[in-house]
Design a protein around this ligand. Sequence first.
Ligand SMILES: *Cc1c(COP(=O)(O)O)cnc(C)c1O
Length: 379
Amino acid sequence: MKFGTKAIHAGVHPDPTTGAIMTPIYQTSTYVQASPGNHKGYEYSRTHNPTRTALQEALAALENGKHGLCFATGMAAIDTLIKTLKPGDEVISTNDLYGGSYRIFTKIFQQYGLKFHFVPMSDITTIEGYINENTRLIWIETPTNPLLNIIDIKGAAAIAKKHNILLAVDNTFATPYLQTPLDLGADIVMHSLTKYMGGHSDTVMGALIVNDDDLAQRLAFIQNASGATPGPQDCFLLLRGLKTLHIRMQRHCENGRAVAQFLREHPKVEKVFWPGFDNHPNHEIAKSQMRDFGGMISFVLKGDKMEDAIKVLEKFKYFSLAESLGGVESLCGHPASMTHASIPREERLKGGLSDSLIRLSVGIEDYEDLLADLEQAIG
Ligand SMILES: *Cc1c(COP(=O)(O)O)cnc(C)c1O
């Protein structure tokens, strides 16, 4: 089955009682048993719910994985994965990562005796220098947030395999439409489904997708034991969003390309971060592991003044100033004061995240209107 067909059909079966073509919202906490232990596979909705099952199967199919697990948020998915580790275990993470991931690693899990290394990974061999006998997990995000760095997934997978370490990829920015990390050798794919996968800025949810049966079982145990599972209404909305993922992503990519080229030629723009440019430092890797370059773009203004960036953000008409990304409508953000405010300034600047950096999530509107909006805002 090809991608678009999977997005519409995977995991979804007509409802056995009525033939309803759409998976019903099974708004129930519990399920009647004929006699103790004699049930139809469902006992309690923290553990299993049919609407969630359909979504989990659809996600596994889209990522070419065997098992999908859904969580109340993307952070709950990360929380569950890290809970498979024990005190003394070490994680090697990319240094340019989602602020919430940095926060849960350093502010929560570090105090339980886990150790995190934040490492630049444009050159993947850097990872080797941080591996020791306690290393259990390599955590990468690609493209990274918000600098759109590209990390070589195949290269990271080869290092992970050699040292018997697991590789997890946060695939939120790319989605399986653009890249399927399990096919490239990763062990775990993580999603904030809140973003492109849901696609309509109406639901917060997360997921993990894996191939290994044993790992899937350990994750399902924590999913149920810790209990950060999503409700059936939200699972329904996600299933509905997934049906147009391929069409939306195609348009996000087209619009992203138009916006990136417009910004590159703009006299008031210093630098544009977009993996589709052939002078992007890891353009060749992007081309080899991604099917297109997506709708996420960051840019820095000439002079790099925070107040100039804020003026531009206030003038936008169609790019709404808001946290989050990946919805049908265009959004803009200022990482230094919003998503990445929890990262100390010196560390932020060291990673190349400057004060006037503006991040765009280019939506699926008509690109002519988006370019006109950029022109009037940047001036
Ligand atoms: C939003 C996001 C998360 C966290 O997901 P939530 O659904 O907000 O909990 C993790 N990683 C990336 C790259 C994100 O953009």
